[in-house]
Design a protein around this ligand. Structure first.
Ligand code: HEM
Length: 252
C-alpha cells in the first residue's frame, strides 16, 4: 500500500555506533504495559528478557515484580484443571485475548497485531539512492519511525474524506489512512518518574524504541562486534599485503 513518509527521528540506536538508551527502553516498556498491552500481544517476549543487558536491563527483583503484575494460565493441576497464577520471569507475556477471533470481535473486526517484531515488520520505503547506502550506514530505523509516525498521526480527516464506522483517520497508516485502532495515547496518560515530558510525541518515541528492541534485542552487541570485525579485517588486509610483498620479493 502507499507509504506516507514519517519524519526521521534522531534515535539513539541509529548509525554504526548506535546504542539503545536504557532509560528510554524502560519508559517504552511502561507505555506498552499501561496502554498497548490492553489490546496487543507480545508473544515472543518473556519477562526475563526485560533484565537482559542491551535492553531495558531491569534488575532481577524488578523483573520479578513486573512479571507478577500479569496473570498467566497454567495447569492442568492434580485435579486436571487449568488455573491462573501470577507470571514469573520465565513466562512469556500473556496475550490480552484468548484467540484472534476474540481479538477481532473486540476491535471492530480487526485483530490488533502482535507487537513482538513490529519494529522490524514495518518500514519506510526510502527509494534511490538510499537503499544502496543504507546497508553501509546501518539504517534500519524505518520501523520505529513508522510506529512513531502512526501513533502521532491521528488528524482530522480532510474535507470530503469519509471515514467508515469504527475507523480513525491517520496520516501515518498506509492502507487508505483509516485505522481500526482508536488513538491509544493522550498527553499526561502515563506518569514517568524521571521527569521526561508526558506528551503523546514522547510516549510514541519511547514505545517505538522499545518495540525496536523487542524486534532486535542484540542490536548493541551486533553493532559493536561488527565494528570490531571491520577494524580487524582492515588490519589483516594490511598484514596480508606486506606478507605477500615480502614472500614474493625474491621473484624477479
Ligand atoms: C494496529 C501499535 C495500542 C488496537 C496497530 C499497529 C501498530 C500498533 C504498530 C499496526 C499498524 C499497521 O498495520 O501498520 C500500538 C501501540 C499501542 C497500541 C504502540 C500503545 C501505545 C492499542 C490499543 C488498542 C489497539 C490500546 C485497542 C483499544 C489496534 C487495532 C489494530 C492496531 C485494532 C489493527 C488496525 C487495523 O489494521 O486497522 N497498533 N497500538 N492498539 N491496534 Fe494498536
Amino acid at each position: 500500500y502507499p507509504i506516507v513518509h514519517p519524519t526521521q527521528e534522531p534515535w539513539s540506536f541509529a548509525g554504526v555506533f548506535g546504542k539503545f538508551d536504557t532509560a528510554q527502553l524502560q519508559r517504552g516498556y511502561q507505555v506498552y504495559k499501561e496502554v498497548c498491552s490492553a489490546c496487543h500481544s507480545m508473544n515472543l517476549m518473556s519477562f526475563r528478557n526485560l533484565g537482559q543487558p542491551g535492553g531495558p536491563h531491569f534488575s532481577e527483583a524488578q523483573v520479578k515484580a513486573l512479571a507478577a503484575t500479569f496473570q498467566v494460565q497454567d495447569g492442568p493441576n492434580d485435579a486436571g484443571d487449568m488455573f491462573e497464577r501470577a507470571a514469573r520471569p520465565s513466562d512469556r507475556f500473556p496475550a490480552p485475548f484468548p484467540n484472534p477471533e476474540a481479538a477481532a470481535a473486540a476491535n471492530n473486526g480487526k485483530a490488533p497485531p502482535d507487537l513482538s517484531l513490529m519494529g522490524k515488520a514495518r518500514a519506510v520505503e526510502r527509494g534511490f539512492p538510499w537503499f544502496l547506502l543504507d546497508i553501509f550506514t546501518q539504517y534500519q530505523e524505518g520501523g520505529p519511525d513508522y510506529i512513531h509516525g502512526l501513533l502521532t498521526g491521528y488528524k482530522e480527516p480532510p474535507a470530503g474524506t469519509e471515514v467508515g464506522p469504527g475507523l480513525h483517520y491517520n496520516v501515518g497508516f498506509g492502507s487508505g489512512s483509516a485505522i481500526a485502532m482508536a488513538p491509544p495515547l493522550s498527553d499526561g496518560q502515563v506518569t514517568y518518574s524521571d521527569g521526561t515530558p508526558e506528551t503523546v510525541d514522547q510516549y510514541s518515541r519511547d514505545v517505538a524504541a522499545f518495540l525496536m528492541w523487542t524486534a532486535e534485542p542484540h542490536l548493541d552487541a551486533r553493532k559493536r562486534i561488527g565494528f570490531q570485525v571491520i577494524i580487524f579485517l582492515i588490519v589483516f588486509a594490511g598484514l596480508l599485503y606486506f606478507a605477500k610483498k615480502k614472500i614474493w620479493s625474491k621473484v624477479a
